[in-house]
Design a protein around this ligand. Structure first.
Ligand SMILES: [Zn+2]
Length: 301
């Protein structure tokens, strides 16, 4: 518990400021377990190796990723592996010169620099970092920094759509020169699982291609299970069996079609369209036109 006192004393003598912090943590739009985790991280009561050594539960306090002392500030912010994960998020966080021993100091500084932070994403990324740390410590398995950042992003999206009791689909159709010919954002008013959403996106993509009068199509998706089932390499899981069968039937009406699995970062445009679905009424289709959202993003690159 020493860590706890230290965090409280070290960061602020102003209990009102601390109360305000707890209030904002509980107000973050994310899963309860994530909020609870962030609260524990800021209270400095996570079983980090540093805290375990302090409580004489462990002899060493080494970080399993880099070998330095594993305090909450280290494992959620300062560790060089963790720095890479934060870089992969869309948060564009400032890096602080001084190493922060306690995670609450990171949070204070971020609040000082930028109070209008995307705290949902911040808290969920920290939680995913902790999950990965546990996986390394107990199972010897470490995810890539990109995968951790994406996992957090997906969880944030899933949560927001769940709140709305809906999910979003994004489709982008390009010609063989890579120019956008059509795009779609569609909100489905049913809370589907991640796999079902990916399968539905494929089905909607095929239908949109049909509406555009295309004859040869290549279907690209980044969900490996869905793409493998669509191409007939594997049999689909039962939850998406009927959707895949439907998509295959529609696809067979084209002169030629094939499906390929692409990496998620090659499919960013479709993901932007899916996220955009959150803010629309039902469905928006762009034909021979680039949605403002995409042209803006593409110009940035
Ligand atoms: Zn480390």
């Amino acid at each position: 518990m020493e860590g706890n006192h230290k965090a409280d004393r070290g960061c602020t003598s102003n209990s009102g400021k601390l109360r305000e912090l707890w209030r904002s943590i509980w107000g973050i739009q994310c899963q309860n377990r994530v909020k609870h985790f962030l609260w524990r991280a800021c209270k400095n009561i996570l079983p980090t190796n540093y805290n375990l050594k302090l409580r004489k539960v462990a002899i060493e306090d080494k970080c399993a990723l880099c070998g330095k002392s594993e305090s909450s500030g280290h494992i959620l912010w300062g560790c060089k592996f963790v720095v890479d994960v934060w870089k992969e998020t869309r948060l564009k966080l400032p890096r602080f010169q001084n190493l922060q021993h306690d995670f609450i100091n990171v949070v204070w500084r971020l609040r000082d620099v930028r109070s209008e932070q995307d705290w949902d994403c911040f808290a969920t990324t920290a939680w995913c970092l902790w999950k990965n740390r546990n996986s390394v410590k107990f199972k010897g398995r470490c995810k890539e920094s990109k995968a951790i950042a994406r996992e957090a992003e997906n969880l944030v999206e899933e949560f927001l759509f769940k709140e709305l009791n809906s999910c979003g689909i994004g489709v982008v159709i390009k010609n063989d020169e890579g120019q956008i010919m059509g795009a779609m954002s569609k909100k489905l008013d049913q809370p589907l699982g991640a796999l079902e959403v990916e399968a539905k996106a494929v089905e909607e993509g095929v239908l949109l291609a049909k509406d555009l009068g295309l004859r040869h199509i290549i279907i690209e998706g980044d969900a490996l299970t869905v793409m493998a089932a669509l191409s007939g390499h594997t049999s689909p899981p039962s939850s998406i069996q009927h959707i895949i069968a439907g998509a295959q039937l529609w696809a067979s009406s084209f002169s030629a079609w094939k499906s390929t699995h692409v990496r998620r970062n090659c499919n960013q445009a479709a993901h932007l369209m899916a996220r955009n679905a959150k803010s629309i009424f039902e469905c928006i289709i762009w034909v021979e036109d680039t949605p403002l959202l995409l042209s803006f993003k593409l110009h940035l690159k």
